[in-house]
Design a protein around this ligand. Structure first.
Ligand code: NAP
Length: 265
């Protein structure tokens, strides 16, 4: 019998790639996002290409109680979630004072609160069963304070550290936890979040989401705790000094300010 994965933010980008690759590995998939039509189209593809069952759950994870409603939909369908992929995420680029309060709150709700709520909803049962996995999609932005994407980076720092803490706590229980920390990936993220960039100049930096997910699932198989997919990101992730903290933050700010100014042109 096929077991079930649940993927948030499955309607595009990295989440859609997770849904496909988990289905290709023999799992059924609960797909969660706001765009019902895109989720239905994805569900049809999962059935057709991989012979998987798919359950569509349309939820806005920025709204309070969203994770409870996702849990209720899963319970009503009699599904046990074996793999939880917290992938949905948003984030703006620019000076924090220029980012509206509503978008700021939504960023915290989707990137942090929904992750916590879904972990609380599904991880205890995994630990009781002695099997299962939680994959939290963070970002390399979570390794270091980032001026001009201060809030986004801080939410991803939360995801990295929460995931690693859970990884340590669940070792030896049969449950795996992984933080995925990609660099730039070729998805709809910039458009969805109103970020401008020159694709002709920066396109080479972007990684293929399918490859990011393949490497992430390999890291999950090996219970690596966290993964920085795409070897090109290795030096920045592992060799760049993080101290002195203020100096490093100011230096990174100098680089990112150019990109922030570009957003205003
Ligand atoms: N792209 C990158 O360069 C990059 C780099 C590092 C990390 N990441 C992380 O990777 C994850 C996936 O992003 P992506 O690059 O694949 O971007 P994307 O193509 O914009 O996908 C984001 C997904 O999140 C869903 N989502 C957004 N707001 C939501 C809400 N309020 N409720 C429910 N679902 C919501 C979107 O679906 P709906 O709009 O249908 O709701 C979409 O399916 C994010 O956590 C992001 O921070 C991305």
């Amino acid at each position: 019998m096929r077991s079930w994965a649940l993927v948030t933010g499955a309607s595009s980008g990295i989440g859609a790639a997770f849904a496909h690759q988990l289905a290709a590995r023999g799992m059924n998939v609960v797909v969660v996002a706001r765009s019902g039509a895109r989720l239905e189209a994805l569900a049809a593809l999962l059935r057709e290409r991989h012979g998987a069952e798919a359950l569509v759950v349309v939820q806005d994870l920025a709204r309070p109680g969203a994770a409870e409603r996702v849990g209720a939909a899963v319970d009503a369908a009699g599904i046990t979630v074996e793999v939880l992929v917290n992938n949905a995420g948003i984030g703006a680029f620019g000076r924090d004072t220029a980012i509206g309060a509503d978008f700021g709150r939504d960023t915290a709700m989707v990137n942090v609160v929904a992750v916590v709520d879904l972990v609380k909803r599904f991880l205890p049962a995994m630990c009781e069963r002695g099997s299962g996995a939680v994959v939290n999609v963070a970002s390399m932005a979570g390794f270091q304070a980032q001026p001009y994407m201060a809030l986004y980076a801080a939410t991803k720092a939360f995801v990295v550290n929460y995931s690693l803490g859970l990884w340590a706590e669940t070792r030896g229980t049969g449950v795996k936890v992984l933080a995925v920390c990609p660099g730039p990936v070729d998805t709809g993220f910039p458009i969805a979040n109103g970020i401008k960039y020159d694709r002709r100049r920066l396109g080479w930096l972007l990684a293929d989401p399918e490859r990011i997910v393949r490497q992430s699932l390999r890291a999950l198989d090996r219970d690596r705790g966290y993964v920085v997919p795409d070897a090109r990101n290795w030096p920045e992730a592992h060799l760049m000094p993080r101290r002195p903290r203020k100096l490093m933050t100011l230096l990174i700010g100098l680089v990112l300010k150019r990109f922030a100014d570009y957003q205003l042109k």
